[in-house]
Design a protein around this ligand. Structure first.
Ligand code: FAD
Ligand code: DHB
Length: 388
């Protein structure tokens, strides 16, 4: 097989990249090691920044999001038994959209296939070759046969556990890493969320987040141990804890729990995000703790940049954007890292904390709740920093 851009991974990054390239007349093939069904059912992020929702709409993949997504102008901070509303629309003229990552994935897969795009699912043994030359290629196994894709460029959109980052030459990469001493237990429940907008709750017993996927489907998270054993969390215990951490500020309706899982929390950046003809995008290059809701948004931002750089290369024979890809992405990535770390450290209970830390966290939350300057800064970052 031969294509212009070989894409490894059909997550939000790989699929969106393939879609954007297609709109610019650039060919690509995506290979993915899971099945279509698996990637379309995988429940992960749910919050889309304003510019990213606009991009989905403007590039023709936002139709179902317009019908089924939930558009929010603000959210709530909850602490000391009270909630405080932040109105992003008033503060910075932007909002956020709640629409599940797997729905974005479904819409992009459908659109790529309708446009004649090629996605090869259930591949095995993916390898990249000759990335330091202008004739790189990808090999993999599919249906028991060895396959090869010759291309001009390879996009490593294969997530944190993918093979692209480890394929960089030795000593090229620097890693910046931070693990957190807690995780999130997330559930999807067939019950209405406690409010129309999201509630971020600070509590002595740990953080809780009350979000949603529809008016009848709640997505709820609790701070737990990083390696928490789900068997220790029967449904009754989950509901009890969710009630307590809401601090009496809302009534929380219970419902059948459709899905349950624990996510570890880490901050991770690898620099640079490119070597030769191999470019990393999304989780392959960086991970954020989910408190700032930035993971999927960063993946979309990277590929927007990469598609523009590839467009400049093919249309104008200009490699400047490609050469600067990593630097351009990392400037914004680090700001999102900082915001995600900041949101994480104000809302979570740390095992090694001293009483001073609780008072400091509460003072910080109180400052945000009552300062327009602080709210504006939060709103600007939460709804999405400007993108080139
Ligand atoms: P991915 O979505 O990981 O896509 C990578 C794709 O590459 C996958 O489909 C994988 O199967 C495929 N792949 C991997 N290796 C190979 C290979 N060798 N060959 C071919 N294909 C390969 N973010 C938030 O903001 N909020 C959340 O609540 C949140 N919850 C999360 C929960 C979990 C359990 C996880 C894992 C992540 C969560 N995230 C969350 C992060 C967010 O989902 C990611 O940032 C986002 O998926 C990144 O998109 P991506 O396309 O870069 O990577
Ligand atoms: C969701 C997840 C997040 O991590 C977040 O900060 C906001 C919303 C969600 O799953 O809806």
């Amino acid at each position: 097989m031969r294509t212009q851009v070989g894409i490894i991974g059909a997550g939000p990054a790989g699929l969106m990249l393939s879609h954007l390239l297609h709109l610019n007349g650039i060919s690509s093939i995506i290979i993915e090691n899971r099945s279509r069904d698996y990637i379309e059912q995988r429940i992960r992020a749910g919050l889309i920044e304003q510019w990213a929702a606009d991009m989905l709409t403007e590039t023709g993949v936002g139709e179902r999001m317009a019908r089924e997504g939930m558009f929010h102008d603000g959210n709530y901070l909850c602490f000391n038994g009270e909630t405080h509303h932040l109105n992003f629309r008033k503060l910075v003229g932007k909002g956020i959209t709640i629409y599940g990552q797997q729905e974005v994935v479904k819409d992009l897969v459908e659109r790529r296939l309708a446009d004649g795009g090629q996605i090869i699912f259930e591949v095995d043994d993916t390898k990249v070759h000759d990335i330091a030359t202008d004739k790189p290629f990808i090999t993999f196994r599919h249906d028991g046969k060895e396959q090869r894709i010759d291309c001009d460029f390879i996009a490593g959109c294969d997530g944190f556990h993918g093979i692209c980052r480890p394929s960089f030459p030795p000593d090229v990469l620097t890693f910046y890493d931070r693990e957190y001493p807690f995780g999130w237990l997330g559930i999807l429940s067939e019950s209405p969320p406690p409010d129309e907008e999201l509630i971020y709750a600070y509590h002595d017993r740990g953080f809780a987040l009350y979000t949603m996927r529809s008016p009848t489907l709640a997505r709820l998270y609790l701070q737990v141990e990083p390696d928490e054993d789900l068997d220790k969390w029967p449904d009754d215990r989950i509901w009890e804890e969710l009630h307590i951490r809401l601090g009496g500020t809302r009534t929380l309706q219970e419902g059948p729990i459709l899905q349950k899982g624990v996510t570890a929390m880490r901050s991770f950046v690898c620099e640079p995000m490119q070597t030769g003809r191999l470019f990393l995008a999304g989780d392959a290059a960086h991970i954020v703790p989910p408190t700032g809701a930035k993971g999927m948004n960063l993946a979309l931002a990277d590929v927007r940049m990469l598609s523009r750089a590839l467009d400049a290369y093919y249309k104008r024979n200009n490699s400047d954007l490609l050469a600067g890809y990593s630097k351009t992405c990392l400037e914004r990535v680090w700001k999102a890292q900082r915001f995600s770390w900041w949101m994480t450290q104000i809302f979570h209970v740390f095992p090694d904390e001293v009483p001073f830390d609780r008072r400091r966290q509460l003072a910080e939350l109180d400052y945000i709740a009552h300062s327009v300057a602080a709210q504006t800064s939060l709103a600007e970052q939460y709804t999405g920093l400007p993108i080139a």
